[in-house]
Design a protein around this ligand. Structure first.
Ligand code: FES
Ligand code: FE2
Length: 328
C-alpha cells in the first residue's frame, strides 16, 4: 500500500465562530483554501479562480450559496463547478469544462471546521467531554506559531521540559526526573497515565494534592488529557492545523465537570485562560526556536533518551508510518 500522507487526515482550519459565513482564506499543508457556508453546510475549495488565478476568498458568497470571484465575477457552486460568467449573455452561457476548482471534504466538530484534502484514513479525533452534558467547555486559547505542527504536538507529549520551562506551574526544579511512561498504543493513538503533586502556583488543585493525568495522543496532531483532581475531572484538548512545515495554528479547549459558586466559575475560566497563555508563551519561545523546523522522523537525526523521551519516540515512529515525512 502507498504510504499515506497528512492529506489523508482531517485537520481543523478554523473555528465556526470565527469563520461565520465567510468567505475566509486559510492554508492547509501549503494548499490555499477558501472556506465559506453555502447556507446548508461549510464548503472548502481551492482558493484560486480557474480564470486568472485570483483568490476566491476575496470574493463574496451569493444569496444562492455560490462563491463569486472578485475579479470578473465567475461564480462557482459548492462542488467547485463554474455556473455563471458575467461576461457572457445571461441566456447563452458557454461555460468551459475546465472552469472548475477542486473541492474538499468538510466536517464540523467541536466548534471547528475540519478539512481532509484526500480520502481520510482515520476519523476526527475523539473529544467526548465536548459533548458531555455534565461538562462545561471553554476555548482556553488559540495561537498561530512559526513552528511545524509536529514540533508543536511533540511539545505536548514531552514531559521532561515541564519543570524546566514551567517551574511553579507544571512542575518544580526539585523534581525533574521522568519516570518510564506505561505506554499503550493502537494504530493512530498513544495512551499513557502519570501522576504528580500540584505545584505552589496551583491552578488545577490545592498545592500538594495528587493529580492523576491520562493522556491520549491521536495522530497526527491532537492531544487530550484527563486530569483527576480533588475538585473533579478536567479535560484538555488541543489540535493543530498544519499550515506549512514552518507554521501551524492550534486551539486549546478545557472541559470540567465541577462548578464553583458564581462569580467564581467565570473567574476560574479566566484563570484557566490566563495560566495557559503564560504556559503556551513559555512553550512558543522553545518550539519556534527549534531546527530543523519539521519534526525529524528519521530517529538518527537527533539524540534521544530511552526513558524520558519514550512517548516522543513512539509518536515520531507512528507519524512516520502513518503520514510519511512531509510537514511533520
Ligand atoms: S480571475 Fe476569477 S473571474 Fe477572472
Ligand atoms: Fe510546555
Amino acid at each position: 500500500m502507498m504510504t499515506p500522507s497528512l492529506r489523508n487526515y482531517w485537520h481543523p482550519v478554523g473555528r465556526i465562530e470565527d469563520i461565520g459565513t465567510g468567505p475566509v482564506g486559510t492554508t492547509l499543508l501549503d494548499q490555499k483554501l477558501v472556506v465559506y457556508h453555502d447556507g446548508d453546510r461549510y464548503v472548502a475549495l481551492r482558493d484560486l479562480c480557474s480564470h486568472r488565478g485570483t483568490r476566491l476568498s476575496l470574493g463574496t458568497v451569493t444569496a444562492g450559496g455560490e462563491i463569486r470571484c472578485p475579479y470578473h465575477g465567475w461564480t462557482y457552486e459548492s462542488g467547485g463547478r463554474c455556473v455563471y460568467i458575467p461576461a457572457q449573455p445571461k441566456d447563452h452561457q458557454r461555460i468551459p469544462s475546465a472552469a472548475v476548482v477542486p473541492s474538499y471534504r468538510v466536517e464540523e466538530r467541536y466548534g471547528l471546521v475540519w478539512v481532509a484534502l484526500d480520502d481520510p484514513i482515520a476519523p476526527i479525533p475523539a473529544y467526548p467531554e465536548f459533548d458531555a452534558a455534565e461538562m462545561r467547555t471553554i476555548l482556553a486559547g488559540h495561537w498561530t506559531w512559526a513552528a511545524s505542527a509536529g514540533r508543536f504536538l511533540e511539545n505536548n507529549i514531552d514531559t521532561a521540559h515541564l519543570p524546566i520551562v514551567h517551574p511553579g506551574l507544571l512542575g518544580d526544579l526539585d523534581h525533574t526526573e521522568v519516570e518510564a511512561p506505561q505506554l499503550r498504543a493502537t494504530e493512530h493513538e498513544l495512551y499513557y497515565a502519570a501522576s504528580r503533586r500540584e505545584t505552589e502556583q496551583a491552578h488545577y488543585d490545592e498545592p500538594g494534592a495528587l493529580i492523576t493525568r491520562e493522556t491520549w495522543v491521536v495522530l497526527p496532531f491532537s492531544w487530550r488529557m484527563r486530569i483527576s483532581t480533588s475538585r473533579g475531572t478536567m479535560a484538555l484538548f488541543t489540535v493543530a492545523q498544519p499550515i506549512s512545515d514552518r507554521s501551524c495554528s492550534h486551539w486549546l479547549y478545557c472541559s470540567r465537570d465541577y462548578r464553583l459558586a458564581p462569580p467564581d466559575d467565570l473567574a476560574y475560566d479566566a484563570e484557566i485562560r490566563e495560566v495557559n497563555a503564560v504556559i503556551l508563551e513559555q512553550d512558543r519561545v522553545m518550539v519556534e526556536s527549534q531546527e530543523p523546523e519539521a519534526l525529524p522522523l528519521d530517529l538518527t537525526e537527533e539524540v534521544h533518551l530511552r526513558v524520558a523521551d519514550a512517548a516522543c519516540l513512539e509518536y515520531r515512529r507512528r507519524l512516520k508510518r502513518l503520514a510519511g515525512t512531509a510537514y511533520a
